[in-house]
Write a protein that binds this ligand. Structure first.
Ligand SMILES: Nc1ncnc2c1ncn2[C@@H]1O[C@H](COP(=O)(O)OP(=O)(O)OP(=O)(O)O)[C@@H](O)[C@H]1O
Ligand SMILES: [Mg+2]
Length: 241
């Protein structure tokens, strides 16, 4: 599903949080929004699934403005992964992963097959993990359940808000590899938020750098190192430390 921002601004009272964002994301691409804490990454992501609407400009998802979409219908088309997975704590892993297919009235047998296949995809063998509840999992395992849940109803678009931020470096590397493998397999359009420049360059086909609500750069990942912009250079300097 394509995503387009046309001069999108967002303000709370007199405070400008996003300022004139313009970009186009083609189907199958992964845009990484990179930026320091408070730069507006989560706010920009919430504009995509209509959790927030622009104060000015427009966000177009799948050819339709977010103001024209029924927000519930839009969110059914979008898998959303947040830190720690955002799972329902009282539901089993299988129930968490199958939640959107069940809401869409898939027959139980088809839901079960889909859940098992996705748990295998994220390396959580269903025989061992399907019946557990989230607090019986590690943080990295919960994160993988969150990814499986986001993929479950075959959405046209995936949003990731710093999903690997709280994990140790080994687990993070493992989950990044799985992310790339899943991307190869499913070819989903994705927007991925991070403050980690290394992660941005590894995972993005495109990288957008946000600074104080403005896009300082929006380029194919392979060109990011050559961007002549002071904020880009600041982030690149972090790679060497
Ligand atoms: N509802 C709100 N009312 C007022 N200010 C807000 C609101 N939501 C976000 N902000 C402010 O907007 C700015 C951007 O917030 P946002 O959550 O998008 O940042 P972020 O880039 O995701 O940061 P982090 O990396 O810490 O998650 C911050 O300064 C934040 O305090
Ligand atoms: Mg955030």
């Amino acid at each position: 599903m394509e995503v387009e921002f046309r001069s999108v601004s967002y303000s709370v009272g007199a405070r400008a949080i996003l300022r004139g964002l313009t970009f186009h994301l083609s189907a199958g691409d992964t845009l990484v929004l990179l930026g320091a804490s408070g730069s507006g990454k989560t706010t920009a992501l919430k504009m995509v699934n209509a959790m927030l609407l622009p104060s000015a400009g427009e966000v177009v998802v799948g050819g339709r403005r977010t103001t024209e979409w029924d927000p519930i219908a839009l969110r059914r088309q979008i898998g959303y992964v947040i830190q720690e997975g955002g799972l329902f704590p009282h539901l089993t892993v299988a129930a968490n992963v199958g939640i959107v297919p069940r809401l869409e009235d898939w027959p139980p047998e088809r839901v079960r097959e889909r859940v098992e296949s996705l748990l295998n995809d994220v390396q959580l063998p269903p025989a061992e993990y399907a019946g557990r509840i989230p607090r019986e999992l590690s943080g990295g395992q919960r994160q993988r359940v969150g990814v499986a849940r986001a993929l479950a109803a075959d959405p046209g678009l995936l949003l990731f808000d710093e999903p690997f931020g709280a994990l140790d470096p080994i687990t993070r590397l493992d989950l990044r590899r799985q992310f790339l493998a899943l991307r190869e397999r499913y070819r989903k359009t994705a927007v991925f938020v991070t403050h980690d420049i290394g992660e941005a360059l590894r995972l993005g086909t495109h990288v957008g750098l946000l600074h104080e609500g403005r896009l300082e750069a929006m380029v194919p990942a392979s060109e990011f190192r050559r961007v002549d912009n002071v904020r880009v250079q600041e982030f690149l300097a972090c790679l060497e430390t």
